[in-house]
Write a protein that binds this ligand. Structure first.
Ligand SMILES: Nc1ncnc2c1ncn2[C@@H]1O[C@H](COP(=O)(O)OP(=O)(O)OP(=O)(O)O)[C@@H](O)[C@H]1O
Length: 626
């Protein structure tokens, strides 16, 4: 048999085996054994350069540790046969090399090396095809049940689970595109309170996929800076690798994006990309079939609308009209606003209405009462803390400034904030960043601040209890809510509104107010303002039993028959002081006569109709006649 003949036989053998093999190891074992006899060779090995190491894939006639890798490195470097003593090496492409000992015929060696390289390629293709088939089978297996379920939540969970499993990732989320609100709704959003993550539709990698309709693979040193860290901050999760594909329905409608995070080993591959694309195609069909898709997207909208409807600022008095119109005018600015007024005058109501008529309405409204927490707790509540920042800080936590980002943060009782808290607040207002307690990294936040107080902040500035720079910053626009006693007939509007609401929840018909009861309500000083009135109406709804609300039902009104304990503001102008005194004196007299206006007028030496006129002049309400 000629040498040429043996070489050809070896080549045929190699190609034959490569078309049957499904595993590279099996193929190499057969090929090397055959070549040892055919070439012939004393020993053979196939190695892979995997810097800084070498991987020995197969050996014949030599233990693994005796395979010389330097000669293989030489061969790869010059892309040609290399020699070292009785050893030779030939490159096989893609970092693979064949290493042989005691081969005399270099031309046979080269022929064998090239058929071995071709054979390895064939086996690799078979392996890829097999993996693809297995992946498709697995996809069919997991997606089989999807068509049956009509429950969006279950479906989304199943999809995320299938993706994490199939792609060996740590997490997966499906982002549905809420076009109307330019938002992406992430489900399931593990680690987020109430399981829903909403981000602007142009944020981060998912945003790019939505807008370009193209797959993105990021992380592990490639485009890391594009990962949206603010989402990580919300979830407390550290994203290192991301694969995100568009979620497109069969008729080409872009429904959202399917994202997997953190490949357990290494980075997401092109094969992972194909796998997720296939899974996404199935997911899109299943999702389209659930009627809940629309519901999910509209649910949030409905919740926002409900919340917005719940915030009603009742009142027609000129002072309230003025507040309402200023609120509308400044709602869509990002200005920090100071809302002033006694306790219970509706400062939070104003803050909420401003939020719900602004373009921030789809984002959170968060209220914090600065007087309710100790100095340390308040700072960690507002600015968040890093792990170990203080004894109980077992893990890092985002503060309200971060959580409210994109929305509104209402800081009630701002006068009670510590000076160091005030310094941090100023920083948020000036450069839109917060630094967590115990941390040093500034975190960006797009929050709008509305602050409220019933204290005299200017006086506090003089006493050095409140930072002057912060005061000026907050005081650019301020809104003043008048006490209820100065809102005239609004008292009755509010009383009827509250009584109606409470009676409806109790399933009870709302009783009307007797004329005497109305007068009594209008004459009261309302030291607790709207809150006091609301509480009173709640008690009446539960406790009164008559067809109408009578003066006797109002016995709960504080100091209704009490002494005249009110005082006139000694800093007021004479005309205001006189007005205040007259209001108080009339109220006191009406209280004494238990709301009997004729008796009250008599005691005051006035005709009854003159008393009503006087009350109207003094903004005390007072529509005519019982
Ligand atoms: N104009 C209004 N229309 C309807 N309800 C109101 C109005 N003003 C206040 N309320 C109701 O009165 C109660 C007290 O209002 P709110 O909490 O807004 O007052 P506040 O000034 O923020 O009080 P505090 O200073 O004590 O925090 C709430 O139940 C609120 O819904």
């Amino acid at each position: 048999m000629t040498k040429q003949h043996t070489d050809d036989e070896l080549t045929r053998y190699i190609l034959d085996k490569s078309s049957q093999a499904s595993q590279i190891d099996d193929f190499l074992a057969l090929a090397l054994t055959e070549a040892r006899a055919g070439l012939p060779a004393g020993a053979l090995a196939v190695v892979l350069a995997n810097p800084p190491q070498w991987q020995i894939l197969a050996v014949s006639g030599v233990p693994e540790h005796e395979v010389p890798t330097d000669v293989a490195a030489d061969a790869l470097d010059k892309d040609n046969i290399a020699k070292w003593n009785e050893w030779q090496a030939a490159p096989l492409g893609n970092g693979y090399a064949l290493v042989v000992r005691d081969v005399t015929d270099t031309s046979s060696l080269m022929k064998f090396a090239s058929s071995l390289a071709a054979g390895m390629n064939t086996v690799r293709q078979t392996q890829t095809r097999d993996r693809r088939i297995r992946r498709l089978e697995r996809i069919l297996e997991v997606t089989h049940g999807w068509g049956q379920t009509n429950n969006m939540e279950t479906l989304l969970h199943a999809m995320a689970e299938a993706a994490t499993d199939l792609l060996e990732a740590d997490r997966a989320s499906i982002f549905l595109w809420d076009r109307a609100n330019k938002q992406l709704v992430g489900r399931p959003a593990l680690g987020v309170e109430d399981g829903e993550l909403r981000i602007p539709d142009d944020a981060g990698i998912v945003g790019q996929v939505i807008h370009s309709g193209e797959t993105r693979r990021v992380g592990g040193g490639l485009g890391d800076e594009e990962i949206n860290r603010s989402v990580d901050e919300t979830t407390g999760y550290k994203t290192s690798t991301v694969l995100c594909v568009p979620l497109t329905s069969p008729d080409g409608k872009l429904l959202g994006a399917f994202e997997v995070l953190n490949k357990k080993k290494g980075h997401f591959s092109g094969e992972d990309e194909r796998g997720l694309t296939e899974l996404a195609a199935h997911a899109a069909v299943a999702l389209e079939n659930t009627q809940q898709l629309e519901e999910l997207l509209t649910k949030h909208q409905q919740l926002v609308e409900q919340a917005a409807e719940g915030v009603q600022m009742i009142g027609n008095s000129p002072a309230i009209e003025a507040v309402r119109s200023t609120t509308r005018r400044i709602a869509d600015t990002d200005l920090a606003i100071l809302i002033l007024g006694e306790n219970g005058t509706g400062k939070e109501v104003v803050a909420q209405s401003m939020h719900y008529i602004s373009s921030r309405r789809d984002q959170p409204f968060i209220a914090v009462n600065c007087a309710a927490l100790t100095e340390t707790l308040l700072e960690s509540e507002l600015f968040g803390h890093e792990k170990g920042a203080f004894t109980d800080a077992n893990e890092a936590r985002a503060g309200k400034f971060e959580l409210a980002s994109g929305g509104t943060l209402f800081l009630d009782e701002i006068g009670d904030m510590s000076l160091s808290g005030q310094a941090k607040l100023l920083r948020v207002l000036e450069d839109k960043t917060v630094v967590r307690v115990g941390g040093s990294t500034p975190i960006h936040t797009e929050v709008r601040i509305l602050a409220a107080t019933n204290q005299d902040l200017a006086a506090m500035v003089r006493e050095k209890k409140f930072r002057e720079d912060l005061f000026f910053r907050l005081n650019v626009v301020s809104l003043e809510l008048p006490p209820l006693r100065n809102r005239g007939d609004d008292v009755m509007l509010l009383a009827k509104h509250f009584l109606g609401t409470f009676c409806r929840t109790m399933g009870r018909k709302t009783p009307p107010f007797s004329a005497a009861a109305e007068k009594r309500l209008l004459a009261h000083r309302w030291p607790g303002n709207v809150r006091e009135l609301r509480n009173l109406m709640e008690r009446i709804a539960y406790l009164s039993t008559g067809e109408s609300v009578e003066v006797d039902d109002l016995a709960f009104i504080e100091s209704a028959t009490g002494d005249m304990t009110e005082t006139v503001d000694m800093n007021a102008m004479l005309s205001d002081a006189t007005k205040q005194f007259q209001q108080q004196y009339i109220r006191h007299t009406i209280d004494l006569t238990k709301g009997n206006m004729s008796k009250a007028a008599k005691r005051l030496g006035l005709h009854r109709s003159n008393l009503y006129r006087k009350m109207r002049q003094l903004d005390m309400g007072g529509d005519e006649e019982e």
